[in-house]
Design a protein around this ligand. Structure first.
Ligand SMILES: C[S@@+](CC[C@H](N)C(=O)[O-])C[C@H]1O[C@@H](n2cnc3c(N)ncnc32)[C@H](O)[C@@H]1O
Length: 338
């Protein structure tokens, strides 16, 4: 991959986003009694077990296997998405969504890319994949560009729409699952776009076969010469060793009540993926829930091949845009639809 980094040739990234003490850029969540338990949670409540609720944690087979023992966060679960919305919108953290000044800097950078490479004068039309509460789309629209974002998390989408209406922004938000886009998605979204963006390394939370299926769909939403922008986690930044940690919290995206939050991290060399397991132990009832999230590592050449197969060429690598936090900001690939 060509490296055209403004501001440096080697990205300064250190630990990855979902390691001990950091937790969840995309985690895997929830299940709290009395707080709309998440349907996707494992059938973990085993307070009735004669052997005690913690046995399940003790006796779990280790290490957990990526994609087999869990996959993605329950983003689309209503209760989880409500709690996660607070994290997205918290300006004091880069978790789930980066802080507003970082997003503004990312949008500055995106507009520079469009100016330099899109071949058309603005204003531009941008589609944001997995837009969450629409912070990028809002920022673009506030600067006179037309944006469309899609996601399948209900609470952030609702907030995104309300904010756009309240501020008279030219922004559209669609509820759609990236792994099951409807046949008429291009028409619904208003394709073609000058750029399709996929921020935050969320790309890695999909299995390789899913990614290879959705990349051509996303590319087809670009006009020829339009930019595909992918924030990604390079192979070397995956921590390839196992670890465990725990914390005691009053609440978290996993639940609204006090709980112990036990985390296990395992790297699977065969799958070339990591799995992050969350055990949630309710402080009052002892009820135990298990959640897991996976991140697939890609070698550079594999990723380039997948992009080429999707019709994305002339791919350049940029270092993290602001360098604000190694674990919450990654390099960015920018290619063009051929
Ligand atoms: C880490 S958040 C980033 C949100 C937003 N891109 C930002 O940077 O502010 C990942 C987002 O991807 C969304 N997402 C994950 N899987 C998805 C899928 N299959 N279809 C649509 N959106 C998805 C989640 O709901 C979540 O809003």
């Amino acid at each position: 991959m060509a490296d055209c980094g403004a501001g440096g040739d080697n990205h300064p990234n250190g630990p990855l986003q979902a390691r001990p003490g950091v937790a969840w850029a995309g985690l895997e969540v929830i299940h709290s009694p009395g707080d709309n338990p998440t349907p996707k949670a494992d059938p973990v409540s085993d307070t009735s077990s004669p052997r005690g609720p913690l046995r399940r944690i003790l006796e779990a087979s280790r290490p957990a296997r990526p994609w087999q023992d869990g996959d993605q966060l329950p983003w689309s679960d209503p209760a989880f998405s409500r709690r996660m919305l607070d994290v997205h919108l918290d300006p004091a953290t880069h978790m789930a969504s980066r802080a507003p000044d970082v997003i503004r800097a990312h949008v500055d950078w995106l507009l520079e890319q469009l100016k330099a490479r899109a071949g058309t004068p603005g204003p531009w039309r941008v589609l944001d994949v997995g837009c969450g509460p629409g912070l990028y789309v809002h920022e673009l629209a506030a600067r006179g560009h037309a944006g469309c974002g899609f996601d399948f998390a209900p609470a952030p989408l609702r907030w995104a729409r309300d904010h756009a209406v309240a501020n008279s922004l030219d922004a559209v938000f669609l509820e759609a699952d990236l792994t099951a886009l409807p046949g008429d998605f291009a028409a619904l979204a208003g394709a073609p776009f000058d750029a399709v963006t996929f921020w935050f390394g969320e790309f890695h939370s999909f299995r390789p076969e899913q990614a290879r299926a959705f990349l051509p769909r996303l590319a087809s939403l670009l006009r020829p010469g339009g930019l595909f922008v992918l924030e990604y986690q390079p192979w070397d930044l995956f921590v390839k060793e196992d670890a465990a940690t725990w914390s005691a919290v009053d609440s978290s995206p996993f639940g609204a009540r006090p709980h112990l939050w036990l985390e296990e991290f395992a790297w699977d060399e065969d799958a070339r993926a990591e799995i992050h397991v969350h055990w949630i132990v309710d402080a009052d009832t002892g009820e135990t829930s298990r959640f897991a999230q996976c991140n697939q590592a890609w070698q550079d050449d594999e990723l380039l091949d997948a992009l080429a197969a999707a019709g994305i060429a002339d791919v350049r690598t940029h270092p993290p845009i602001t360098g604000v936090a190694d674990e919450f900001e990654f390099p960015v690939l920018v290619g063009k639809r051929s």
